[in-house]
Design a protein around this ligand. Structure first.
Ligand SMILES: CC(C)(COP(=O)(O)OP(=O)(O)OC[C@H]1O[C@@H](n2cnc3c(N)ncnc32)[C@H](O)[C@@H]1OP(=O)(O)O)[C@@H](O)C(=O)NCCC(=O)NCCS
Length: 193
């Protein structure tokens, strides 16, 4: 039997949606990281976080439902207003699907809809950065056309260990020159005879 999935931008949170969102984040944290947290935060902290998030003008929250229940989410983060230089860019952050809903195509569906929303809002470049250990996410990003342009050796600390991170980008606008997605080194290498 097919199960109904739906992605939507969240502008306000009813109590049952808030609880489902917190539940899915808690499960993702216990599985190895969700929304940047390493340890479960307790329901009050998560509730305050999500209620506060909805008030931040630069941030947009998206959620994916499975059979009507929120099981994952993602954020889009615009550059601050003063940053006209990067007004065309938007950052994807904290894309996740609860472990109990993974490997059913939900992560791909969520990413596709969030990307479409960014494109429809007129953004031309979608950036994301991710722990190098998040291999599922990296596979998903690469499969959907993101280009790895950089690696940060001291990206994050997990326990006592420093973990590197990858920086990826995707052009949302076919008219952007492909070269603009290459790093300076790649551009120089391609011009070397
Ligand atoms: C990344 C994540 C969102 C994928 O969610 P999902 O619903 O399981 O993904 P899907 O079922 O839509 O899979 C889409 C593709 O992702 C990749 N993928 C998903 N899980 C994978 C895994 N365990 N190992 C390798 N590749 C994987 C595959 O390319 C897959 O395509 P395929 O099914 O044709 O092989 C989920 O694993 C997750 O929440 N991870 C932890 C959070 C995270 O790392 N977020 C990134 C921070 S921005």
């Amino acid at each position: 039997m097919s199960r109904v999935t739906r992605v939507q931008r969240i502008l306000s949170l009813e109590e049952d949606d808030l609880q489902a969102l917190c539940e899915s984040v808690d499960a993702a944290i216990l599985d190895g990281g969700g929304f940047g947290w390493l340890q479960p935060q307790g329901r009050q902290v998560l509730e305050r976080y999500f209620r506060g998030l909805l008030l931040v003008p630069e941030r947009m929250l998206f959620a994916i439902r499975l059979d009507g229940v929120i099981v994952g989410g993602a954020q889009l983060i615009r550059a601050p207003r003063n940053n006209e230089l990067q007004a065309m860019c938007i950052t994807l952050a904290h894309l996740f699907v609860a472990p109990y809903a993974r490997r059913r195509g939900l992560g791909a569906a969520l990413l596709r809809e969030v990307e479409n929303a960014a494109r429809n809002m007129g953004f031309r470049v979608l950036n994301v950065d991710v722990l190098q250990t998040q291999t599922a996410a990296i596979a998903l990003f690469e499969k959907t056309g993101f280009h790895i342009w950089g690696k940060h050796p001291f990206y994050a600390r997990v326990g006592d260990e420093l973990v590197s991170g990858l920086f990826l980008t995707k052009c949302l606008d076919d008219t952007l020159p492909l070269q603009s997605t290459k790093t300076r080194n790649e551009q120089e290498a391609s011009h070397t005879p």
